[in-house]
Design a protein around this ligand. Structure first.
Ligand SMILES: Cc1cc2nc3c(=O)[nH]c(=O)nc-3n(C[C@H](O)[C@H](O)[C@H](O)COP(=O)(O)OP(=O)(O)OC[C@H]3O[C@@H](n4cnc5c(N)ncnc54)[C@H](O)[C@@H]3O)c2cc1C
Length: 468
C-alpha cells in the first residue's frame, strides 16, 4: 500500500485553520481513500479570532468563545500540539517538538511531508526599550487579553485599598503603545470597562483613571483612513484619554514609562501593540524571505522559486495585484488572511489534481474598529461611519467572520444577555495561580519569627503587568 501524500500545515491560526478546513472539504474523496493526509502543527489546540480579543478583555465575550477548538473543526485532519522549529524544504522535512517530546525529554522529532503550508502568522514587533521585556505585555493572545482584564481590575482594587498616593497613581495609570487597531481597540474597550467598573468603588472616580495612548506617527488607525482616524482621536480625547502623537516610549524600567516628549509616568501597566513581525520560525527555513522577514510568495500563494510550498496571512509577502503601486504587498490583516485561504486551498487541491492555479486578487475594502461599548469608527467600501452605527457594523462584520456557527451563536447569545444584564466586573486573577491556595494549605506551618518584621509575602519582587 502506498503512503498517503502528506500536507503539513504549520500554524493553526486564521490561515492554518481555514486552509485545513477547506482542504478537508475539497479533498474529501482523497482523505477517505487514504491518498492524502493533512497534519496541522500548532502550539495551542484552538484558533484565536484576534479581532474579538478587545471585547474578551472588556468582558463582553467569554474567552472560550473567541477561540475555536481545532480538533472539533478539523475532524478529518491530524492535529499535533507542538511547535515547528525549522524546515528543510529541499529535504521536505520539518523539525518540531510536541508536548510529548518535551515530557519525554527525547528531543525534537522530524516530520516529512509532500506539500507544505506555512501559516505561523506574526509576533509582536518590539524595540530595545529598557524594561519592556520585564514589565510590558502584548495583545495578540487570548491569555494576554484575559490577563490584562484581570490586571486592570486588580489595579483598581490596589488603588482603592492603598494609603500610598504614589502607589495609587501608578496603579491607575495605563499606558498603551501603538495606535493600530489592536492598541486602540484594546484601550477603548478596557477604558470603557474600567470607567463602568469604577462606579462600584467608593473611592475611585472615572477621572482618577489615567489612560495614555502613545503613537510614534502623526495618526492612529490608518486602516480606517485619515478622516476617521482624526474622529477616533477626538472621541478618545473627549473621554479624557491622553493621546500622544509623534511620541515614543523610551523606557519603562523600574515601572516608570518615560516618553520621548520627556513625560515620566509611574505605571504598573504598559501594553505594547506597536506592530508585528513575521514568526521567528521563518528564519530557520531554506525558503526565500524578503527584507522584512516575510516569505516571498507569488500571487498564486506559492513560495517563490520552490515547488510544493505554499503560504498566506501575516507570514507571507503576497503581491497585491490590485494595486497600481509596483511591489506592493498585501497588508498583514484578517481581511486578506481569510480570503487568501480560499485560493490557497483551491490551488493546493488543483495542483494535486494537475489542474491550473488561480491568482489571489482582493482590493482592501477598508476597516471597522470598536472604541468601546456602543462606540466605533468605520470606513468600508468608501462609506464612513462613526459612533453607534460604526460600532454595530463592527459587531455585525466580525460576527459574520467568526468561524463556525457554534461560535457565532454563542457570541450572539452573550451580546444579547449583556444587553439585558449589568456588565461583568469580576476579576479572576487568581486563575493564573490555581495552586497558590492549596500550596499555602499544604505547606508546613511557619513560625512567626521566619518572617522579618516588615516582610510579608506581598513584598517579594513581582514583575509583569499580570502580577500586579
Ligand atoms: C487584537 C487584534 C485585533 C485585530 N483586529 C483585526 C481587525 O479588526 N481586522 C483585521 O483584518 N485584522 C485584525 N487583526 C489581525 C489579524 O488577526 C491577523 O492578520 C490574522 O490573524 C493573521 O492570520 P495568520 O493565520 O497569518 O496568523 P495567526 O492567526 O496569528 O495564526 C498563526 C498561528 O501559527 C501558530 N504558530 C506560530 N509559530 C508557530 C510554529 N513555529 N509552529 C507551529 N505553529 C506556530 C500560532 O500559535 C498561531 O496559532 C487583529 C489582530 C490583533 C492581535
Amino acid at each position: 500500500m502506498t503512503e498517503p501524500a502528506r500536507i503539513l500545515v504549520v500554524g493553526g491560526g486564521y490561515v492554518g485553520m481555514y486552509t485545513a478546513l477547506r482542504l478537508q472539504r475539497q479533498l474529501k474523496a482523497e482523505l477517505r481513500d487514504g491518498a492524502v493526509e493533512i497534519v496541522v502543527v500548532t502550539p495551542e489546540p484552538y484558533m484565536t479570532y484576534q479581532p474579538f480579543l478587545p471585547e474578551a478583555a472588556a468582558g463582553s465575550i467569554s474567552p472560550r468563545h473567541v477561540v475555536v477548538p481545532l480538533r472539533r473543526v478539523l475532524d478529518k485532519c491530524r492535529v499535533l500540539i507542538g511547535e515547528v522549529h525549522s524546515i528543510e524544504h529541499a529535504k521536505r522535512t520539518a523539525t518540531l517538538s510536541t508536548l510529548a517530546t518535551e515530557e519525554e525529554g527525547t528531543g525534537n522529532i522530524q516530520l516529512t511531508y509532500d506539500e507544505l503550508v506555512i501559516a505561523p502568522g506574526s509576533i509582536s514587533r518590539t524595540l530595545p526599550v529598557p524594561g519592556l521585556a520585564d514589565y510590558a505585555i502584548g495583545f495578540k493572545a487570548v491569555e494576554e487579553a484575559i490577563g490584562l482584564r484581570n490586571h486592570v481590575i486588580e489595579q483598581m482594587d490596589i488603588a482603592s485599598s492603598t494609603r500610598d498616593p504614589a502607589l495609587r497613581d501608578a496603579a491607575l495609570t495605563f499606558v498603551f503603545v501603538g495606535g493600530g487597531y489592536a492598541g486602540v481597540e484594546a484601550l477603548g474597550e478596557l477604558e470603557d470597562m474600567a470607567r463602568y467598573t469604577s462606579r462600584y468603588y467608593h473611592n475611585i472616580k472615572p477621572e482618577d483613571l489615567k489612560w495614555v495612548l502613545v503613537e510614534a506617527s502623526n495618526r492612529i488607525l490608518p486602516e480606517v483612513g485619515e478622516e476617521m482616524g482624526k474622529y477616533a482621536i477626538r472621541e478618545l480625547r473627549a473621554r479624557n484619554i491622553d493621546v500622544r502623537l509623534e511620541t515614543r516610549l523610551e523606557s519603562c524600567a523600574d515601572r516608570v514609562a518615560v516618553l520621548s516628549d520627556g513625560t515620566r509616568l509611574p505605571t504598573r501597566t504598559v501594553v505594547w501593540t506597536a506592530g508585528v513581525k513575521p514568526a521567528p520560525v521563518l528564519a530557520d527555513t531554506d525558503l526565500p524571505l524578503n527584507e522584512r522577514g516575510r516569505l516571498k510568495c507569488t500571487a498564486k500563494l506559492t513560495v517563490e522559486g520552490v515547488e510544493h510550498a505554499w503560504a498566506a496571512g501575516d507570514a507571507a509577502a503576497v503581491p497585491d495585484v490590485t494595486s497600481d503601486e509596483p511591489g506592493k504587498e498585501c497588508a498583514p490583516n484578517a481581511q486578506h488572511a481569510v480570503r487568501q485561504t480560499k485560493v490557497l486551498a483551491e490551488n493546493i487541491a488543483a495542483s494535486l489534481r494537475g489542474q491550473p492555479l488561480k491568482e489571489y486578487a482582493h482590493k482592501y475594502v477598508g476597516s471597522v474598529a470598536s472604541l468601546g461599548l456602543h462606540k466605533g469608527v468605520a470606513h468600508v467600501y468608501g462609506r464612513k461611519l462613526k459612533g453607534y452605527p460604526a460600532w454595530l457594523m463592527h459587531r455585525a462584520y466580525h460576527l459574520s467572520r467568526m468561524p463556525t456557527f457554534n461560535r457565532k451563536a454563542r457570541v450572539l447569545a452573550e451580546w444579547t444577555l449583556a444587553g439585558l444584564f449589568k456588565r461583568e466586573i469580576v476579576s479572576l486573577g487568581s486563575l493564573e495561580h490555581p495552586r497558590a491556595e492549596f500550596e499555602l494549605a499544604a505547606a508546613p506551618p511557619k513560625k512567626a519569627s521566619d518572617n522579618g518584621p516588615d516582610k510579608g509575602p506581598a513584598d517579594g519582587p513581582k514583575k509583569g503587568p499580570a502580577s500586579g
